[in-house]
Ligand binder design. Structure first.
Ligand code: SF4
Length: 336
């Protein structure tokens, strides 16, 4: 089976009715609002470069704004051009990201006409207090309505959620992940909140009214949500924002571009501890086996995840080894 690959094209803030308290798409994506001609030629350039890849199942992806709330002319202009490239065999379909309150049957009919098959919903939280404190301007019920319309109209959808938003708690994040699964999402993205200069959240942080998560807390909370998605067969596409200069330059919050690796490491650590259970490891040697591609998740980041296992179980010696027969996120533990 060919590997899926998004060909991402960013439309920063396009269609957004206002700016959410945490959002700075220009810094996240590194692009500004272009003219229609610039926009189409930059889409052409991106697709011409990426179109060469023949061993992947490509999907043209419009990210970074509220695509379904774009002025109709701009939305159709982009979709028409994307469909020209689909006709040339560069991609098979289109995905878009948008807000839950910008989905209705009319816009879904338009998306279907232009071969959009996947919609990424900016859920962020299913707690209305968190949505309100983050200036989202929609409610959890809007997400429920949007998800149900997407299901009825036969679209796949991905739920994007955030960690550490104002008023958010570990419990509200877990409830959000669980509800995204219950609503029928096939994929998810988890974004720890990063504070970008110039945003409302930045001013709240400077005033001491908002305290950002640190890297480790964000990783642990992400690991808990990943576990829920895994249990429901919802594929986690990404944890954390894409590494970029804008992200690295953010003044506060978990801005490490590899936070997803650390989160995966913390999930391995949690599951290794659970696998050993209550057995006393004093004076014993513990070896944890993980798939080869995941070794760095436990040993990277200064070995934080490995140390979490040591702190919990206190073996005399601890080794992390690879074994190709071990399944992802199901570490095998040997005590001797
Ligand atoms: S979070 Fe989404 S809806 Fe809010 S301003 Fe950013 S791109 Fe627009």
């Amino acid at each position: 089976m060919k590997k899926h690959r998004n060909l991402p094209f960013f439309v920063p803030f396009a269609g957004c009715p206002f700016r959410c308290a945490f959002c700075d798409q220009e810094r996240i994506t590194g692009r500004c609002d272009p003219t229609p001609e610039e926009e189409l030629s930059s889409l052409d350039r991106m697709l011409a470069i990426c179109g060469d890849i023949s061993d992947t199942e490509n999907q043209i992806a419009f990210f970074g704004g509220s695509f379904t709330n774009l002025p109709r002319e701009r939305m159709e202009r982009l979709l028409r051009r994307a469909n020209d490239w689909i006709d040339r065999g560069v991609a098979g379909s289109v995905r878009v990201s948008t807000r839950p309150d910008c989905i209705d049957r009319d816009v879904l009919a338009l998306l279907r006409k232009y071969r959009v098959t996947d919609v990424e919903l900016g859920v962020q939280s299913m707690d209305d207090r968190v949505l309100s404190a983050s200036g989202r301007g929609h409610t959890a019920d809007d997400t429920r309505r949007a998800a149900s319309l997407l299901r009825e109209e036969g679209f796949r959808f991905a739920g994007q959620m955030m960690l550490g938003l104002p008023s958010s708690t570990p419990a509200s994040e877990i409830a959000t992940a669980e509800e995204i699964c219950a609503l029928g999402a096939s994929e998810a993205r988890i974004y720890p909140t990063v504070v970008f200069a110039g945003t409302a959240l930045y001013r709240e942080t400077l005033a001491g009214r908002y305290v950002p998560l640190d890297d480790l807390t964000a990783a642990v909370r992400a690991a808990n949500c990943m576990e829920i998605f895994l249990a429901h067969g919802v594929q986690v596409l990404k944890v954390g924002l894409q590494a970029s200069e804008g992200l690295a330059g953010a003044p506060f919050g978990p801005r490490d571009g590899s936070i997803g690796e650390l989160a995966a490491g913390m999930l391995y650590a949690k599951r290794a501890v659970e696998a050993v259970g209550t057995e006393c490891l004093a004076g014993k040697r513990l070896t944890v086996f993980v798939p080869p591609k995941d070794l760095s998740k436990l040993t990277g980041h200064g070995g934080i995840a490995k140390e979490a296992i040591r702190d919990s179980l206190r073996p005399a010696e601890l080794f992390i080894r690879t074994d190709a027969s071990v399944r992802p996120f199901l570490p095998v533990c040997r005590v001797d």
